[in-house]
Design a protein around this ligand. Structure first.
Ligand code: GSH
Length: 230
């Protein structure tokens, strides 16, 4: 068996915000792994046996199989504590976990949904974009989200205690998809939050991943791309 064959496996396509979250954590902690680029749609039964909700990502390390990005991150943080991704104090630690949960729920249903509607539905699912849903997201849902996160950020550099944590990794991840779907955080209306997303994406563990994903297979589908029907 070669060295790379014995590495842990991250199952999941790079375009997924949850797969990206785990990739950034792995980069931050310097953990080597292989990636299968498994899509959740029409996944083979071998994959569903590992990830019974048929969702990505799924982590496989020998006998250990862990579906769900937050569970994977929790395992990685315990197994590879340095450098840490969670504050040591109870309150800030719980607060960082809250933002991870907020990203997995509210940001999935808003920021990531713009990408799902505009890109995934027409390309991977052979469905039409729900234009009314996108209009609602852009006009009402996203401003609420950006207002909330701006308030939580305050004047800090990062979301919890001023230090980089899983909160920042989780929050910033769907914004790569948002950009690929033509979304922009208005710098005039939310200057602190727009700068924050840029700052997180520029972190050494994040920047190469953001660049690769923005230039990846979905780049040509960006709404502003010249080959996109208007
Ligand atoms: N709570 C899960 C969510 C994972 C998730 O929803 N992944 C999406 C891709 S971004 C997926 O697999 N969707 C397929 C489906 O819902 O059928 C996690 O954090 O890993």
């Amino acid at each position: 068996m070669s060295v790379s064959e014995s590495l842990p496996i991250l199952h999941g396509a790079n375009i997924s915000p949850y797969v990206r979250k785990v990739r950034v954590v792995l980069a931050y902690k310097g953990i080597e792994y292989n990636n299968t680029q498994q899509s959740p749609f029409g996944a083979p039964k071998e994959f569903v046996a590992k990830s019974p909700l048929s969702k990505i990502p799924c982590w496989e390390e020998g006998e250990l199989v862990l579906p769900d990005s937050s569970v994977i991150v929790s395992y990685l943080e315990y197994r590879y504590p340095a450098p840490p991704l969670l504050p040591t104090q109870a309150g800030p630690r719980a607060r960082a976990l809250w933002f991870q949960e907020y990203a997995a729920t509210k940001l999935r249903d808003t920021v990531a949904d713009v990408f799902f509607q505009r890109i995934i539905r027409p390309t991977a699912l052979n469905q039409e974009t729900d234009a009314q849903r996108v209009a609602y997201l852009l006009e009402f849902a996203l401003p609420e989200v950006f207002d909330y996160l701006t308030g939580c950020l305050g004047n800090d550099e990062f979301m919890v205690g001023g230090a980089f944590s899983i909160a920042d990794i989780a929050i910033a991840s769907p914004f790569v998809n948002f950009a690929l779907a033509g979304g922009v955080v208005d710098m005039d209306r939310w200057p602190e939050f727009a700068s924050y997303i840029q700052r997180v994406h520029l972190q050494p563990c994040y920047a190469p991943i953001v660049k690769a994903d923005l230039e990846g297979v979905f780049a040509r589908l960006r709404p502003e791309a010249s080959d996109r029907p208007k």
